[in-house]
Design a protein around this ligand. Structure first.
Ligand code: AMP
Ligand code: FES
Ligand code: ZN
Length: 301
């Protein structure tokens, strides 16, 4: 197969676009997709300070790599979940990445915060991925706001976005659907959130990371074994395999044709200016979810 752009031997086949590229042309294609996402969705300008949430995995490190290459002012934020045999390896990759590029890295240590994920799961019996997601979101938002970043960027890709969209649509989860999209506008004490890799699949990002020697952590979180979101990813990939191009059409169609009608389903938290008296985080409850969690863990001993 020949590269569509230059006619040389192709190395990466993109069935969804009915095309194939050599390495150099694939890099150009990839960067074009990221630039297009940033521009079309009005994500940020070169003057804005961006905080990239980096897990140590291929998506977020690729995102940070590209934003730095494009000359953006991008710092990293790693939340050390303290999951044994997982978090320490991820942290090492993130630290190495930042050191090599002399980039600013902020680390939140959940042990120091009193809520390491394994302890939280053991003491509360809560579903690990759900509580972990809540804790991460809290620190992403808090650090971004407190340290005066304009933008919070995550490495969510097209697979993440479409599998979540499918799961939410199947149950008509209107309050979750309203939050889906590559850009979440700023709200009271919450900075704007963006997903510059939303047009790219996991496969494309893995290929880009490999070609660019991005040294990422490929391990899986031990709590994610059998998680339902992985099954939705599998189903959406089955559909994509049979009907190439469906994933991007599905997502773009949602953004254009359905999202504009979802505003009435916005949750009250995002429109109120009530905050947690302990930490200042937006909440409608007497204490925010994380301060309540900290209290629960302290009581449990
Ligand atoms: P996940 O929820 O694991 O699919 O991750 C989605 C995105 O959240 C990643 O692409 C990162 O941008 C961010 N992220 C996940 N885990 C962490 C972490 N421990 N620290 C900082 N950012 C993270
Ligand atoms: Fe959060 Fe696995 S990364 S539970
Ligand atoms: Zn609080």
């Amino acid at each position: 197969m020949k590269c569509r752009r230059c006619g040389k031997q192709a190395e990466i086949e993109l069935r969804s676009h009915h095309t194939a590229f050599c390495r150099d042309c694939f890099k150009l294609y990839f960067l074009r997709q990221v630039k297009r996402a940033i521009k079309e969705q009005h994500m940020f300008s070169p003057r804005e300070r961006i905080l990239v949430a980096v897990s140590g995995g291929k998506d977020s490190l690729t995102l940070w790599h590209i934003l730095l290459e494009l000359g953006y002012n991008a710092s990293g934020l790693f939340v050390d979940l303290k999951i044994g045999g997982f978090s320490e390896h991820a942290r090492e990759k993130v630290e190495k990445f930042a050191q090599k590029r002399d980039a600013k890295l902020i680390i939140v240590d959940l042990e120091k915060e009193g809520i390491p994920i394994p302890k939280v799961v053991k003491k509360t019996g809560k579903e690990p991925c759900a509580i972990c997601g809540q804790v991460k979101r809290y620190f992403f938002n808090r650090i971004a706001y407190e340290q005066k970043f304009h933008i919070l960027a995550t490495g969510h890709n097209l697979d993440d976005e479409t599998s979540r969209l499918l799961a939410n649509l199947l149950r008509w989860q209107m309050s979750y659907l309203v939050d889906q999209g590559p850009v979440l506008p700023p709200a009271y004490r919450l900075v704007k959130k963006v997903k510059p890799l939303y047009r790219l699949t996991e496969y494309e990002i893995a290929a880009y990371a490999f070609i660019n020697n991005i040294d990422y952590f490929a391990g899986k979180c031990p709590f994610s074994k059998g998680a339902t979101f992985l099954r939705y990813k599998h189903y959406i990939n089955q559909i994509e395999y049979e009907f190439p191009g469906t994933k991007l059409d599905f997502y773009q169609g949602f953004l254009k044709k359905m999202k504009p009608f979802l505003t009435p389903f916005q949750r009250e938290e995002t429109t109120s200016s009530q905050v947690c008296p302990r930490c200042g985080y937006p909440t409608l409850a007497p204490l925010c979810g994380i301060c309540r969690l900290k209290e629960e863990i302290e009581k449990a001993g």
